[in-house]
Ligand binder design. Sequence first.
Ligand code: G6P
Length: 615
Amino acid sequence: MCGIVGYLGKRDAYPVLIKGLKRLEYRGYDSAGVALITDQKELRVYKTKGKVSDLEAYAQDKDTSGCAGIAHTRWATHGEPNSTNAHPHISASGNLAIIHNGIIENYAVLKEGLQRNGVTFQSSTDTEVLVQLIDYIQQKRNVDLLTAVRMALRQVIGAYAIAILDKNDPNKIIAARKSSPLVVGVGEDEFFIGSDASPLIEYTDKVVYLDDNDIAIIHRGEPEAEFVNFNNEKIDHEIQTVDLNLGQIEKGGYPHFMLKEIFEQPDCLQDCMRGRINVDANNVVLSAVIDYRKELINARRIIIVACGTSWHASLIGKQLLENICQIPVEVEYASEFRYSNPVIDSSDVVIAISQSGETADTLAAIELAKQRGAFIFGICNAIGSSIPRATHTGCYIHVGPEIGVASTKAFTGQVTVLTMLALALGKARGTIKNDDYVALVKELNDIPEKMKKVLEQNDRVRDISRVFTYAHNFLYLGRGYNYPVALEGALKLKEISYIHAEGYPAAEMKHGPIALIDEEMPVVIVATQNPLYDKLMSNIQEIKARKGRVIAIVSEGDEKVKALADEYVELPHTIECLEPLLSTIPLQLLAYHIAVCKGKDVDQPRNLAKSVTVE
Ligand code: G6P
């Protein structure tokens, strides 16, 4: 939800900032802007509606010199996406430029106060209010920038990651965070700021992740950044080494990040399981389960909170944990949970699942559950993000940076961690038979190879997608473990091709969706040879009887369904509870190819952002 980047050092800031913005574009892409200061204390701001490439085109013939700068790519919250509302915003005195990710919730009250004191505003954003407030305090109280920032932030309610440039001090950038991510990169005689580490890894691997209410002051020429809290008390931050390489955040020959990430899944799952699954010893070892054995195995109930694709993974987690560990599990949308006055106490374990580790609703759900005494376990991808830091313990999914806005490899990574968690807990609780445990560990270990077989059918899925680009509606059906897969398949299609799609438990079709079926209506059904196979066959017959078009995801060699369906994709056989790891892939590919056929922007679909750090 908005990407921010800053640079202060010896290089030209502009190319560093533009490259950094491109890496952060997954966070928002409706407008972009940059502010640069030269050593001669000239402040230049260029901003425009559209993507970072539009900003580049706009600034092509402009003066982009200066070794200090800040830049922003926006996902609009307050004010429509146009160049006026684009960041950076400049204060009335013309001295300060600010970039901001988050929401200033009390901006209206603050704005009124400032207007009463004669301050005029250019934009309709909450962000401009903050820079005007800092400027106003600085002028009125005759204080330095840091003092003005501290005083202003004390008045602000909301979430922010900000960076501020002062025209009169080209050697300094001040940045601060509350509930929105912010990283400071420390190079040799240079500093970087980013919403995540991706803009800076090509220059340094030394980073500091800011905590809430931290203010960072970076000074050209100083070896280290300085950190204080709102009371100006010094904070010691350890410099961490970030383990990211450029290859992980580039397309590597694929036309889109989404396709790259779909194809990466076998390797990602191997990374996810590395050191955790030992097939020779028939064992799953999760350090979190060893360290917090008592809290986890004695859980009276588990509540999983998540949003979007992570919520779909949670629905699979519920079935895994209930079946393998015999613990009752509830799955909640984090956005509903946080306002629901839930009945929870210290005997409950709350699992928070999030790819980005920054989703505002999931973070708020964690805080609420913590207040009520629950033990919190996080399942996240982004290392060092806010959710892993807010939880008692957890597991990273280790699938590497996910950049395509539509989540793919994070979903299968989350399901893999949930499977390992269920196995480790099930064994510790004695709720899984040893033979079943051994078979599942072995089969999970073999899943990456089986995924490769599914990916080999990419051309077949591409051909199928060409047949169905005409459709305005799609229905996705599945049962049991494959019901959440149907939901996820429908979500993928909606997100990137803008075709309306609904996921349903197959047996519920007759209670409504069947009315939609005619010769125009494609129905994607996961109809593998699991215990409900016969029921799924009946559903296919019902669809065919109404002339619906069936795209079936079938078990390898199942001639019966292949003969009935209009189109099919085959999956290698596996144990039922592991099927989602395979059945998801053709649905990801189908959504991808339909969107490509329709000429849509696969990696940056309209109105969406990858990391939703606002409510
Ligand atoms: C956004 C993204 C989705 C993601 C959801 C939850 O809506 O576009 O792809 O599933 O947020 O994000 P999280 O990072 O918490 O998994």
